[in-house]
Design a protein around this ligand. Sequence first.
Ligand SMILES: Cc1cc2nc3c(=O)[nH]c(=O)nc-3n(C[C@H](O)[C@H](O)[C@H](O)COP(=O)(O)OP(=O)(O)OC[C@H]3O[C@@H](n4cnc5c(N)ncnc54)[C@H](O)[C@@H]3O)c2cc1C
Length: 444
Amino acid sequence: MKDIVIIGAGVTGGFIAKELSKFDLDVLVVEKKLAPGLEQTKSCSGIIHPFQLPFKLLRSKLCLEGNRMMDAEAEELGFEFKRVGLITVATNLLTFLAIPFIILYLRKHGVFAKPIRKKKLLEMEPNLIEKAYGGVFIPSAGVVNPVEMTAKACLFAKLNGVEFLYGCEVVGIERKGEHFVVKTNKGEFETKVVINCAGIYADEIAKMVGYEMKIIPGKGTHVVFAEKGFNRHLVVAIPLKPNKRTKGGGALIGFDGKPLWGPNLIDVESKEDTSVKKEEIEGIIAKFAPLFKTTPKEIIAVYAGLRSIAGSDFVINEPVKGFINVAGIQSPGLTAAPAIAKMVLQMVSKHFDLRRKEKIARLPKKEKSEEEICRSLESDEIVCFCNMVTKREILEIAKEFKCLDGVRQITWAGMDCEKCKAEIVKLIGDKVLKDREGGEIAWF
Ligand SMILES: Cc1cc2nc3c(=O)[nH]c(=O)nc-3n(C[C@H](O)[C@H](O)[C@H](O)COP(=O)(O)OP(=O)(O)OC[C@H]3O[C@@H](n4cnc5c(N)ncnc54)[C@H](O)[C@@H]3O)c2cc1C
């Protein structure tokens, strides 16, 4: 009998597992994909948001808390996190006049924001249009690789005793007295508590215990450009009228410094529809290009993800004793994940007499100094030259996750060019195929 079964190893399931691993509990995570973070989490923008409007929502509170926790999380888990800052630009007189009010409003809610004059603005972002009036700088905004962040949380949890089953899909849940039986394609697991972190499918999991909710997929498309450094911060225009359903995207940057524009928001019917249409790409470019003197030229990738929208807020509740929903985790769920995990720990503490482990193991530090890169170069250890990823890094992750998509997303190897991708397939292809247990391989 397990104490807790977590369904889903996206960023929320991963961070909950990580937090629970610090206590004397028998925890199992079941994930239908072959590696963590490969659904909504992988296709998000990777922004650690400084705030979420309106401030009264649970997702807004958890966003603020998660943002504040992020440096400590990155330090504890060893993932890359950069506070690059957000610039909101006044592109007309009306929004320029609103700047002092925006600053007051944000500061009142605990978000540090600073006005910036036009001259400074253009120093900070030389590519911005000359007719920008000024702006607001919010330094707490940051960027991460969302799959790396999730994988590190899962690896930390595993190191501290949490069991993970990948390629394991939940197909039913039955009540058995006070407990639950979680039915999967890899067998049945009896457990005292179930935590539903199934992302876009969380409504279907909730239905298995008789709780009705509806998740509507909200598609968001991104455009990635090759021109690193084109914009150095996250850049958005101050909207004349904020949209209640979306922050509206921006001229963002990825954790690797490449311009990442988007996302938009399109309601779609299917939970599998991550198609990217030509009009969406054109729409995103048309929306953000007017902020700059020129437009980045080389599109190297486009991708879309589906937000799990269940109304305007997160749905974190316990509708049936011992069944905890962490559902409707739309944006800013990546930012909020560490705070969600803390909240869920509180809920779990009502079921168990929680005892903190005396010793908590730490993941080995991933230091990649310039010296190490040079050594790797000399010994032919670099496999992906675009992102300077070594053979050792790739093989270490490939040992944990038998899935090419996972290895690439976590290490960022082979994300930019076909040549590096081919090198990785050459390096791990045989291993992936040999080690798999009948699961589906995410070749593409
Ligand atoms: C376009 C877009 C942009 C975004 N940008 C940002 C951003 O910049 N910053 C931010 O803070 N947030 C952002 N978000 C939101 C963020 O991505 C999500 O809030 C977060 O990833 C949700 O994580 P999750 O773990 O709840 O869901 P998921 O990542 O979807 O994880 C759920 C997991 O459950 C598994 N699963 C599902 N069904 C089953 C089953 N039956 N059995 C076993 N496993 C199952 C899935 O395979 C999946 O791995 C964005 C979202 C989108 C779509």
